[in-house]
Design a protein around this ligand. Structure first.
Ligand SMILES: [Zn+2]
Length: 360
């Protein structure tokens, strides 16, 4: 027998309580929310509730009636508690079902397109230059960006007080202290060439190496200068390397990077660590050599510096200049990207404006 059946039988002993029991049970019918259930529970079982008043009335009843009325009151309270619990569980279950239904995955919905990034234009140019030289048999070497004076200047044939050292252009991390005897400067490398010295110091020829990376100078930032910039540097050392190898290698590079139709020319130049030295030009992208504002009427654009490694540099790393010869070259990545893509202000490379970057 359920509690409810027991209650209905007991009520037959006190018919005057039937209405109260029916009303109490009816109050729970039609409760559609947890809130309504709680309100009904308080109305019935709370301090001033209907069922509570039954127990309050017991005091004035004669003892033989107290037992019957008290039992009916207890049964009614238990039945109400049971029903309240059952109703609550029901509602919670329905809400869980509704929530799960709302979460159902509709596999027929169209997908959402995610914005996928890509490599920065400078990284792309570095990658392209690297790929060309790796295709020619070169390997990639990297070195520290915080560099010793020895590697950045001295071993590249620029001893202290050499006129080609431009102290005003260098970002020093530590200057020598005139009192203690540690004269070594530490600086942010002003070019990627120190990597050449580091590689030669550790290995013997044949060497075919390129080193892409960042370099630093104390430049005011404007359309054509930046305190941080990128270079790709190259070095070949072997027996019987000639200026012809240098020209042939860089011509192949220029044709692969800028297109077969470009002409290339070499102009004599000066660098402290190469002798002889040259700058390489390619015919202007815009006017194809006729002369325009990009090439300032010259028909040519300078794209890199190069030369045969100075025998003095070999002296620093213990190579015999009678046995080995070599060539070196270096180019500014920003400059090449600007020329190749017609960009006239270097600052756009560093401003992280997605509208600019997305074009490449
Ligand atoms: Zn031009």
């Amino acid at each position: 027998m359920t509690l409810k059946e027991e209650l209905l039988i007991s009520v037959e002993e006190r018919p005057e309580m039937a209405a109260l029991v029916n009303d109490a049970l009816g109050a729970l019918q039609g409760c559609g929310s947890l809130r309504e259930i709680e309100d009904a529970r308080v109305r019935l079982l709370g301090k001033k509730g209907t069922v509570t008043s039954v127990f309050k009335g017991l005091a004035v009843l004669p003892p033989e009636e107290k037992a019957v009325v008290g039992r009916i009151g207890n049964l009614l309270r238990q039945v109400i508690e049971e029903e309240v619990d059952a109703l609550r569980r029901n509602i919670e279950h329905r809400e869980t079902e509704r929530r799960l239904a709302a979460q159902t995955l509709d596999v027929t919905l169209p997908g959402r397109r995610r914005g996928i990034g890509h490599r920065h234009l400078l990284a792309q140019v570095i990658e392209e230059a690297t790929r060309i030289f790796v295709g020619l048999g070169y390997e990639v070497a990297e070195g520290p960006e915080v560099e010793l004076d020895y590697y950045n200047f001295e071993a590249l044939n620029q001893p202290p007080y050499h006129p080609a050292r431009s102290l005003n252009d260098t970002l020093y991390v530590r200057r020598p202290d005139p009192i203690c005897d540690d004269p070594a400067d530490i600086m942010l490398r002003t070019h990627t060439s120190p990597v050449q010295v580091r590689v030669m110091e550790k290995r013997r020829p044949p060497l075919y190496v390129i080193s892409p990376g960042r370099a630093y100078r104390r430049d005011e930032i404007d359309a054509t200068h930046s305190a941080v910039f990128h270079q790709v540097e190259g070095l070949a050392v072997d027996r019987d390397i000639t200026l012809g190898h240098l020209k042939g290698t860089l011509e192949v590079f220029a044709h692969k990077l800028f297109g077969r139709e470009r002409d290339v020319r070499f102009r004599p130049h000066y660098f402290p660590f190469t002798e002889p030295s040259a700058e390489m030009d390619v015919s202007c992208f815009k006017c194809l050599g006729a002369g325009c504002s990009l090439c300032k009427g010259a028909g040519w654009l300078e794209i890199l510096g190069c030369g045969m490694v100075d025998p003095n540099v070999f002296g620093y790393v213990g190579y015999d200049p009678e046995e080995f010869t070599g060539f070196a070259f270096g180019m500014g990545v920003e400059r090449i990207a600007m020329l190749k893509y017609g960009i006239d202000d270097m600052r756009v490379f560093y401003e992280d404006d997605a509208r600019f970057l997305r074009q490449f």
